[in-house]
Structures are given as structure tokens and as C-alpha cells.
Design a protein. Structure first.
Length: 137
């Protein structure tokens, strides 16, 4: 799946978590609810195995990740740790890094790797889209 498709999926999943959060908690603002939602576990990592493999390769060769935003850097370091843990748990593994990462990126992530401001923006956009869909029915 392309990274742009994964971002769209991330946005929809974040909105679902936001809606669930509204039914279980009381929030003073949309920003507070969005911040709460982004800190919840995410169904997956929302990065392609190929992109993750390339970025982990940069880490392994001591290249800078400075061109990534802080949330993307955090996400790739988490995945790098998961990749290393996988290799420790499977000594003698002959799978390529990308094949291992295909498994890892589909696993749940500890949270959505987006900033509070970005989460609020995503939720506002998704809420408007949901309202438009409801009006069309």
C-alpha cells in the first residue's frame, strides 16, 4: 500500500478513535479530545514496509533522519527497536529487512504518531467529511 493511502487510513482510524473517545470521556474542547485520541493505540504503523526499511537502513548506516518531523522520527525509532527485537527473537532469520517489516508495520502501534495540532486538523477534516456523507444518504 502506498504511504499516501496509509495516511488516509490513519486519518480515518484516528477519527474512529476520536468518536469512541467522545462516547467514553468528557472533554473541554475538540483539541483536548483530539490529543487524547492521538495518544491511544493505533491499529497499525501507517508506513509502508519499503519506506520503513529504507529509513531503518539509514539508521543502521548512521545517516541523519533530520529531514523527518519529530513524530516520524519517533515512529521509525520505535520500528527500529521492534526490528532489532524481532531479530533477537529469531536468531538465524534469513528474511530480508523489508519482509520482516511487512509483518511489523501491520501490527498495532503504541499510539498515532501525529502532533496534537495535526490530530485536531485531521479530526476536523474527517468530521466534515462524515457530515457530508450523512447528508448524501
Amino acid at each position: 500500500m502506498k504511504d499516501t493511502d496509509l495516511k488516509r487510513q490513519r486519518d480515518r482510524d484516528l477519527y474512529k478513535v476520536y468518536v469512541r473517545s467522545l462516547s467514553t470521556g468528557h472533554f473541554a474542547s475538540i483539541g483536548e479530545a483530539a490529543d487524547h485520541a492521538r495518544r491511544q493505540p493505533a491499529p497499525q504503523w501507517y508506513i509502508s514496509a519499503r519506506t520503513a526499511s529504507l529509513l531503518i537502513g539509514r539508521i543502521m548506516t548512521h545517516q541523519s533522519l533530520i529531514n523527518l518531523n519529530s513524530n516520524s522520527r519517533q515512529r521509525i525509532w520505535y520500528l527500529y527497536d521492534a526490528y532489532r527485537d524481532y531479530l533477537k527473537a529469531h536468531p538465524g532469520c534469513t528474511l530480508s529487512r523489508e519482509l520482516i517489516l511487512e509483518q511489523l508495520v501491520e501490527m498495532p502501534a503504541p499510539h498515532f504518531f501525529v502532533s496534537a495540532g495535526r490530530a485536531k486538523h485531521i479530526i476536523i477534516y474527517e468530521r466534515r467529511a462524515a457530515i457530508k456523507r450523512m447528508r448524501r444518504q
